[in-house]
Design a binder for this molecule. Structure first.
Ligand code: MF3
Ligand code: CO
Length: 255
């Protein structure tokens, strides 16, 4: 069953998502040449503390593995779940994806974006802008009466028309009291298939897109997913609320 949130729960989701977006915005502002991904992780931790939130990633378990970071920072060929490290320093031309998942007042907000630092080849700028646009397309088609497959298909159609490739090993998801609720939201699929969307559902939609081949593998740290061909990858994510007539982005920073 896909949870449908009542108005009190929606209010708490709004607050959690606004905090998640504010932390993401603040961390993204710090992404520049010379900063280490460890520094970015620590900044994320501090911004969460300042806003009264905690990281939903820190100590997150997947089988026997425990996530050691506060946010995920994935550079270039890293697709998702990169762990901040003092040994990885941002260089000009890097595409840096930052993924922030916070817990606030019992609810989770989840969002991510990718920024290019300094000068990068045109193909990398293309990858990043088109991945962002695929998320916009997906949000545009999400509405009550529609289905999860409509979202999946919107991402796939857009991305494949651009000659880019979809990562299939990770998916978007429902989000609420837990980071991962039903449904799973793949970034590929068929229109009209899958669960029906209803007002009050809160969903994390998150296209992960590769410049080269779609295949990814996980490094020996147990978390960092990288492209097999070593080419760059981009990732954007919003938590949205299904409303009476569409989808509203909840992960927008406080004005
Ligand atoms: N946005 C990612 C997801 O939905 C964040 C995972 S955080 C970590 O899976 F705990 F796995 F690091
Ligand atoms: Co997510």
């Amino acid at each position: 069953m896909i949870p449908v949130k009542n108005s009190a729960e929606i209010l708490k989701m709004r607050e959690a998502c606004e905090v998640a977006a504010t932390v993401l915005y603040k961390v993204t502002q710090l992404v520049e040449v010379g900063v280490s991904t460890y520094d970015l992780d620590q900044a994320g931790k501090r911004f969460m503390q300042e806003l009264g939130a905690t990281s939903a990633c820190y100590n997150y378990r997947n089988g026997s593995k425990v996530y050691p970071g506060y946010i995920c920072i994935s550079v270039n060929e890293e697709v998702v779940h990169g762990i901040g490290s003092m040994r990885r320093t941002i260089k000009s031309g890097d595409a840096v994806s930052v993924d922030v998942v916070i817990s606030y007042n019992g609810f989770i907000g989840d969002n991510a974006n990718t920024v290019i630092v300094g000068e990068a080849p045109e193909e990398i700028q293309f990858l990043v802008t088109e991945t962002k646009k695929s998320l916009d397309q997906a949000i545009r088609v999400a509405k009550p009466g529609g289905r999860v497959g409509d979202i999946s298909n919107a991402v796939q159609t857009y991305i494949e028309s651009r000659g880019l490739s979809i990562v299939r090993d990770f998916v978007g998801h429902g989000v609420g009291r837990s980071m991962h609720e039903e449904p799973q939201i793949p970034n590929y699929g068929r229109k009209g298939k899958g669960d029906k969307l209803k007002p009050g559902m809160t969903l994390a939609i998150e296209p992960m897109v590769n410049l080269g081949k779609p295949s990814v593998r996980v490094l020996s740290d147990g978390w960092t997913a990288v492209t097999v061909d070593g080419k760059p990858s981009a990732h954007f994510e919003h938590t949205v609320l299904i409303t009476q007539d569409g989808a509203e982005i909840l992960t927008l920073p406080k004005k």
